[in-house]
Write a protein that binds this ligand. Structure first.
Ligand SMILES: [Zn+2]
Length: 236
């Protein structure tokens, strides 16, 4: 696992917003702009999707991203690929070191199956994604929702090939930074889930900062420490 701190200064950010848990957010980034997502209180799950802003039918592909990097988890250096095989964005700094590609978004259906029948009508990331798309875009809808990234979420694969939702590796103030490699739409659901032990049954706010490509171009991330990559058992 490699961790890398950013040298970008929040005082120079173009945009600085705190997003409460349970709320959605979408924003357009120009190539070279950098988005930082800060896990303000630790162990929050930030469900995120990416699209080519010029043609939103081209979107983040978990399958292509995992295959090309040969690793189920995302961290610094990960290139998030689109359904057309192009790089949408690159993780340029990361002080958490573990981000999930497999767990997907919570939904009314998974609330029922995973927790209890009466949990169906509780808030879910899928509903937040749909509401955010309906409010902020013209044509995007449920057909645009695909397998998402869960930043800060720890979903290890067991030797038997099962997924487990584990206590998070994140902590208050840890962050991940992404550089847009093409005109990018970012869609976030700051997970509202009250039933999952991985956030301590307590969803919490995140901070979102964006830097211009001029500022981001000047900065370089600083590697904190690294350890040899340990191959993880595959889910196959
Ligand atoms: Zn969720």
């Amino acid at each position: 696992m490699t961790l890398a701190e950013s040298t970008l200064d929040p005082a120079h950010a173009l945009y600085d917003h705190t997003l409460e848990s349970g709320l959605g957010w979408t924003h357009l980034l120009s190539p070279g702009q950098v988005l930082r997502i800060v896990d303000l209180e630790g162990n929050q799950a930030v469900d995120t999707l990416f699209y080519n802003a010029l043609d939103e039918s081209e979107r983040y592909s978990a399958v292509d991203t995992v295959r090309e990097q040969g690793n189920l988890y995302l961290s610094v250096g990960s290139r998030l690929l689109s359904s057309e095989g192009r790089v949408l964005c690159t993780i340029v700094a990361d002080t958490c070191g573990r981000h999930d590609t497999l767990g997907g978004a919570c939904a009314a259906e998974s609330n029922q199956v995973r927790y209890a029948l009466e949990k169906k009508f509780m808030h879910s990331c899928r509903d937040t994604f749909l509401l955010t798309l309906a409010t902020h875009t013209r044509q995007m809808s449920k057909r645009d929702l695909t397998a998402n990234v869960n930043f800060f979420m720890n979903v290890p694969v067991t030797p038997e090939g099962k997924l487990t939702f584990e206590d998070g590796l994140s902590a208050p103030g840890r962050y991940v930074e992404l550089r847009a490699e093409l005109p990018l739409r970012v869609l976030i659901s700051n997970c509202p889930q009250l039933n999952n032990p991985c956030n301590g049954y307590d969803p919490t706010p995140i901070r979102l900062l964006i830097w211009s490509s001029e500022h981001a171009g000047d900065a370089s991330s600083r590697e904190l420490h690294s350890s040899p990559f340990t191959p993880q058992p595959s889910a196959d």
